[in-house]
Every structure is written in structure tokens, then in C-alpha cells.
Design a protein around this ligand. Structure first.
Ligand SMILES: *Cc1c(COP(=O)(O)O)cnc(C)c1O
Ligand SMILES: [Zn+2]
Length: 433
């Protein structure tokens, strides 16, 4: 047997466990992360940049995926032929004069992770998480979700061999589009009379007692796929990291993964400097922001209040400790925004032709605030991660533009105009005389 490339390591006490052991926490109670042997990778593959660049011209098979292009950095112990992929990643960077003007940032790009197979960035983590689950030979996978994790898990489980999926959703707290996804992909869909944090506690308890593999982001193998967002952005920018990444934060897995990927890319010489990272939360659920205000000396937990950013309505983020370390390591900041601010920012990007979800609107509103405060200077290169597609939340869009959201009056409403089906009515409405 060859020496494995990766193991699991505790982020607090550094204790190690084999990667093939099913465990989500260290015996000391803290979070685990997947550690790859980067020295060996550097020695055996000194030409990683070129290899990754060459794979960009591949059109089919696992290496064509925007996750598995970086196979050596994601799950090197998993044979490339046994990954479960839907061709995720390879998402665009939107940049335009209109977007730059709307956010007062000359060098701005929006990384649209909503253009993934199930319309959110969760596909990147699920391709690695479900591939690992299949590799371990488990029969059942489960997750709690604010809507997008369950959609992704259900889809990838349907692509895998012999994997049954069970999702735990907070009843009536996900959008109709998000609810439809696990149903059509054949997952057992439990709608629980609680919030996300309640679902999270329950799914952990069930997975502890029964042989069901937990695929929330406390499963470190998901973060390995998720971190490729940052790698792909750097590769799209000719291996230059932006000055800033701006990212919405819920359970804090994404921000933790992004940072981990950047540290590894830096250690391997793929990029020559590290970006800074800004995490942004909605005021109704901003425990990481509150912790940041206190220098992360204390972990803040809260009951999440109502917000249109339902995918990040989380009061007790599972990856809190990882995220706090990453924010500090990257000289990062955490910002918090109001409902009207996030909807205004979302509407501005929508108007520029990019379909933004309310959760990503949180990141864009955070950018506005950080620009106004001068934390992010006008000449900085900035990449904002858009986490899901706007069309997963179409009810919010219609409500906003028809003025049905009392606390978020639209700045530029564009409601449909009901008129008679006659040439006169059309011409007079359009002012054509
Ligand atoms: C999951 C999710 C987030 C939050 O990501 P975390 O890793 O939980 O911080 C943000 N936006 C959308 C659309 C999501 O689905
Ligand atoms: Zn430990």
C-alpha cells in the first residue's frame, strides 16, 4: 500500500486521524481539516501551474470540472476515475463599467457561483463530499440545509452509485425553487418545525447514532472541493490573487475553505501573494461580525432573526473557529448589513445584467460599506463571490420590484404593467403617441 497523501488534523491540538476514518471532530471536540502532504506534492509535481493550465482545454471527463482540474490539491488519494462530478465550476467572472460604477470599484469582478449545476457554490463541496462518501462505501448521506446544500447533496447522490440521501430542512424557510430540488432528485426530504440551527443539531445527533454519513460543511472533505472557487479565480486572473475577496458568511465553511485554498496555493508557489478577505453577514444573523468586533476573544452565538438572506440565516456557525482563524490570518474584516442595503446592492447588480441572490446581495452591500469607509481602497482589485443564482429566489425579486417589501422600498422599481391587449393601449403606455 502506498503512503496516503492526506490525513485529518485537528485545528486546535494538531492530533491526526486517518482520512478514511469517519469522524467530523477531534476527540478534544474541535474541528478537523484535511491536510495534504504539500512538500511531497511540490517535489513530485514542480509544474502544477502548467498542468492546471493545460487542463483548461479539456472538454470532457472529470479533469474538465472546475473542481477536479485541481485534483492533486483536492483529494489526491481518490482515483480521478471514481469521482462523482456534474461538470461543476468553470463559472464566469463578470466585470463591466456598469458594475464598477454601481460599486465605486474600478477593478471589480463578480465570481458567479450561481452558474453551477444546482445553481449554487455548494456543488463544488458536494462533488468532493459525495465522491468521498462513495469511496468510503457508505449507504446513506444526510445534511441540514438552508436550501442550497440539500439541493446539491440530492443531485450528487443521485449521480452516485447506491447512495440514499436524507435532507433536514427548516419547514417553510427555504424558497420554492430550493424545496423543489431535493424532491425531484429523489432525496427523503424532512421539513422540520425549527430553524436551520435546530436542523443542524438534529442531523448531527442522528448521524452519531446511526451509520449515516454527514455532509454538512463540518465534513472537512466538502471544504476541499469548495476551496477551488479561490483557485479558479486566481487561475482566471493569470495566477494573480485579487487584493480582496468579499464573501457572504452563514455557516462559515466557504470563507474557511477559500482561505485554506489560498494558503496552499501560496505554499505551492501557484500565487505569489495572499489576498485579504472580507466576510459579510446580514444584521439579523451576524454572530461572526459581533465576534470580530471583540477581536474574536469570545465566540458569539445568537438566535437568527428574520432576513431575506435566508441561506445565511444562521446564528451559530459550525465552522466559526476555522473562519475566525482565516479572517485573522488574512488581515481580514467582517461587516454586517441591513435588509434595505442588501436589496439595494442586489438590485444594482441585477440591473447590470447579473442575476444576484439576496445572500450575495449581502456581500455586495458589504463591499459598498467597506469602500465608503476606505477599508477597501478605490484602486484595489476586488472579487465578490456570488454564492447562488438569483432565480432561486424569484419570489423575493417580484416582491421587491412590486413594492411588496415594506422594509425595503425599491430605489428603481420595475413592476410589470398590466394593460389592455390592444395596439392603442401598448402605444399610449410606451408614449408612442
Ligand atoms: C450556503 C450559502 C451561503 C453561506 O455559505 P457558508 O459556507 O455557510 O458560510 C451563502 N450563500 C448561499 C446562497 C448559500 O447557499
Ligand atoms: Zn483536537
Amino acid at each position: 500500500m502506498t503512503t496516503p497523501w492526506s490525513d485529518l488534523r485537528c485545528i486546535a491540538c494538531a492530533r491526526r486521524y486517518p482520512a478514511t476514518e469517519v469522524r467530523y471532530r477531534c476527540d478534544c471536540g474541535d474541528l478537523l481539516e484535511v491536510r495534504h502532504d504539500l512538500n511531497r506534492l511540490r517535489a513530485e509535481s514542480p509544474d502544477l501551474r502548467r498542468r492546471f493550465d493545460e487542463r483548461r482545454s479539456i472538454q470532457t471527463g472529470p479533469h474538465a470540472s472546475g473542481v477536479w482540474r485541481y485534483h492533486e490539491l483536492v483529494l489526491p488519494d481518490l482515483p480521478i476515475d471514481s469521482v462523482v462530478t456534474c461538470g461543476e465550476g468553470n463559472t464566469p467572472l463578470y466585470a463591466s463599467a456598469a458594475l464598477s460604477a454601481a460599486f465605486d470599484t474600478a477593478d471589480l469582478a463578480l465570481k458567479h457561483e450561481g452558474e453551477n449545476p444546482t445553481l449554487s457554490f455548494k456543488d463544488r463541496g458536494m462533488t468532493s463530499g459525495v465522491s468521498w462518501a462513495q469511496h468510503l462505501g457508505v449507504s446513506h448521506v444526510a445534511c441540514a440545509s438552508t436550501g442550497d446544500t440539500s439541493a446539491a447533496m440530492a443531485a450528487y447522490a443521485a449521480h452516485a452509485r447506491g447512495l440514499e440521501a436524507v435532507v433536514f430542512l427548516p419547514h417553510e424557510k427555504v424558497s420554492p425553487e430550493q424545496l423543489a430540488q431535493p424532491i425531484v432528485y429523489g432525496a427523503r426530504t424532512l421539513a422540520l418545525d425549527t430553524d436551520f440551527d435546530g436542523c443542524m443539531r438534529l442531523v448531527q445527533a442522528v448521524c452519531e447514532r446511526h451509520p449515516i454519513y454527514l455532509l454538512n460543511s463540518m465534513n472537512s472533505f466538502r471544504l476541499e472541493g469548495q476551496k477551488t472557487i479561490g483557485l479558479e479565480v486566481c487561475q482566471q486572473r493569470d495566477w494573480r490573487a485579487p487584493d480582496w475577496f468579499v464573501i457572504p458568511v452563514g455557516n462559515a465553511g466557504n470563507v474557511s475553505a477559500l482561505g485554506k485554498g489560498m494558503l496552499e496555493a501560496h505554499a505551492l508557489g501557484l500565487i505569489d501573494r495572499l489576498p485579504r478577505i472580507a466576510g459579510v453577514q446580514a444584521k439579523a444573523a451576524d454572530p461572526l461580525y459581533r465576534g470580530f468586533q471583540g477581536g474574536f476573544r469570545e465566540r458569539v452565538r445568537m438566535d437568527a432573526g428574520e432576513t431575506l438572506a435566508t441561506a445565511i440565516r444562521i446564528g451559530d456557525p459550525v465552522s466559526h473557529d476555522k473562519a475566525a482563524r482565516i479572517i485573522q490570518r488574512f488581515h481580514g474584516v467582517v461587516e454586517s448589513v441591513e435588509e434595505a442595503e442588501l436589496m439595494d446592492a442586489k438590485a444594482a447588480a441585477d440591473r447590470a445584467g447579473v442575476a444576484v441572490c439576496p445572500n450575495s446581495g449581502v456581500a455586495l452591500a458589504g463591499l459598498r460599506k467597506l469602500r465608503a469607509a476606505g477599508t477597501i481602497p478605490a484602486d484595489a482589485s476586488v472579487v465578490v463571490i456570488l454564492t447562488a443564482h438569483g432565480m432561486k429566489f424569484s419570489q423575493v425579486d417580484v416582491a421587491y420590484h412590486t413594492g411588496a417589501l415594506a422594509h425595503c422600498p425599491p430605489t428603481h422599481p420595475n413592476a410589470p404593467e398590466p394593460i389592455a391587449a390592444s395596439i392603442e393601449a401598448v402605444c399610449s403606455t410606451l408614449g408612442l403617441g
